[in-house]
Design a binder for this molecule. Structure first.
Ligand SMILES: Cc1cc2nc3c(=O)[nH]c(=O)nc-3n(C[C@H](O)[C@H](O)[C@H](O)COP(=O)(O)OP(=O)(O)OC[C@H]3O[C@@H](n4cnc5c(N)ncnc54)[C@H](O)[C@@H]3O)c2cc1C
Length: 393
């Protein structure tokens, strides 16, 4: 079967890898738009990362007024009907389907154990979630499990100013760029460096129109264009409420690892991951401001002050550069994976928001099972809940 995978972020590449390994004739279409979140993320593969960044009304008001913190909402989101509808949907769904995310992430973590070895990608074993107040860490353990670590242990790892943390021994962290490179170099599929303009069902197959000219005739197509996916579907009259939630990833060079374990600074929404001996990744921010790339001094200052207070050894690190990433987010913060109702042979694999690296293998496996017509390794309700059907009346 001739399958097109549109998009070469972590979702597209992992899906192509799974399909290729099962004998599908895969055709990848890759365009390197600025803002692929697969190149700008914390690289944490986690089951226990809180799936929604909507802690409460106070934080939302703070974000609207432009005060510090990881969350920011641009005025255009409030002034447009789609923006307001998305925000209300997100507010209603907050804290929602943790069970669905956990089922997906657990299966993914299982798949990663073999995948990272096969791809020869290095990883760090164990991730800690840090909290200013020990009650929050205890609540985390009740919800997600893990081992409590108190102040002395947290300080010995290189973090200051936290009462407690929760260690998830089985979770891992990777360098996202190394993961992408490994996937790409392992694939033997046909790769077209081009931009998709249009996708439409034709006869028993699908036609993909490309910007540089020409088109592809395929049996099936997987749309994995991250935050850009919904734009391509509009011509099919399909409206998936997907917003780009932008974040920032910094790469910092230090003579030795500033911390001994990858960490999620939960009160700030900041990830610090010492992916290599000399390289640490810091990622943060969740901003609804459309596809904008620039960052104000104020935002960078806020991040630097968090790092300076809580990760003292990073004060001497050399800044290597930063990248913006647009997370593809639905209001219910759940991925959208499965066949598009009404558009035979067109599948969607997006909406992974804050957890796309984590959820890439389970997404690929789910798409593979759909194409093979076999039962996926997931509970039936989870497969139904993440299906695009929930947005299509
Ligand atoms: C700051 C930050 C930190 C994060 N940290 C983590 C983390 O620690 N763990 C985790 O699991 N997740 C994390 N995420 C989330 C994760 O990075 C994303 O969910 C994931 O990368 C989404 O991957 P994707 O392949 O769907 O999208 P993308 O990476 O955006 O890929 C889409 C691709 O499609 C291409 N494209 C778009 N339009 C077209 C077109 N018309 N034609 C051809 N190609 C096109 C783009 O150029 C891009 O290459 C983080 C995200 C951010 C921003």
């Amino acid at each position: 079967m001739k399958v097109g995978v549109l998009g070469c972020g972590v979702i597209g590449l992992t899906t192509a890898y799974f399909l290729e390994s099962r004998g599908f004739d895969v055709n990848l279409v890759c365009s390197d738009l600025p803002g692929s979140s697969s190149k700008a993320n914390g690289g944490i593969i986690t089951v226990s990362f809180t799936p929604t960044p909507w802690p409460g009304l106070a934080s939302i008001l703070k974000a609207l007024m432009g005060f510090g913190g990881p969350l920011a909402i641009g005025p255009r989101e409030l002034l447009s009907v789609t923006g307001l509808r998305w925000l209300l949907g997100a507010y209603k769904a907050r804290g929602g389907r943790v069970d669905v995310i956990k089922a997906l992430a657990s299966r993914s973590l299982q798949l990663y154990k073999e995948l990272l070895g096969r791809l020869n990608v290095r990883y760090l074993q164990g991730v800690i979630a840090l909290y200013s107040r020990s009650e929050s860490a205890e609540a985390h353990v009740r919800l997600h499990g893990g081992r409590l670590a108190y102040r002395d242990e947290v300080e010995a790892l290189g973090f200051k100013g936290f009462e407690a943390g929760v260690v998830a021994e089985d979770e891992v962290a990777v360098d996202p760029l190394e993961l992408l490179r490994a996937l790409r170099s392992t694939l033997t599929s046909r790769v077209l460096e081009d931009t998709v303009v249009n996708v439409k069902p034709v006869g028993d197959g699908v036609e993909v129109t490309l910007e540089k000219g020409g088109s592809l005739r395929l049996d099936s197509v997987i749309v994995a264009l991250g935050a850009w996916s919904s734009g391509i579907l509009e011509e099919l009259n399909v409206r998936i409420p997907l917003k780009p939630a932008r974040g920032l990833a910094l790469r910092l060079r230090a003579p030795k690892p500033p911390v001994a374990m990858p960490a999620i600074l939960e009160d700030y929404g900041v990830v610090v991951s010492p992916v290599r001996e000399y390289l640490t990744i810091v990622s943060s921010f969740f901003e609804l401001k459309g596809f904008t790339l620039g960052w104000s001094e104020g935002r960078l200052k806020w991040l630097k002050s968090v790092l300076s207070e809580h990760v003292p050894a990073l004060r001497d690190a050399r800044f290597e550069g930063y990248q913006t990433g647009f997370r593809p987010c639905t209001p219910d913060m759940l991925p959208v994976v499965g066949e598009l109702p009404g558009s035979k042979n067109i599948y969607l694999a997006t909406g992974h928001c804050r957890l796309g690296v984590t959820l890439a293998p389970v997404t690929a496996e789910l798409i593979l099972s759909r194409l093979q017509g076999v039962k996926p390794e997931l509970p039936v309700d989870v497969v139904e809940i993440v299906s695009p059907r929930r947005f299509i009346g």
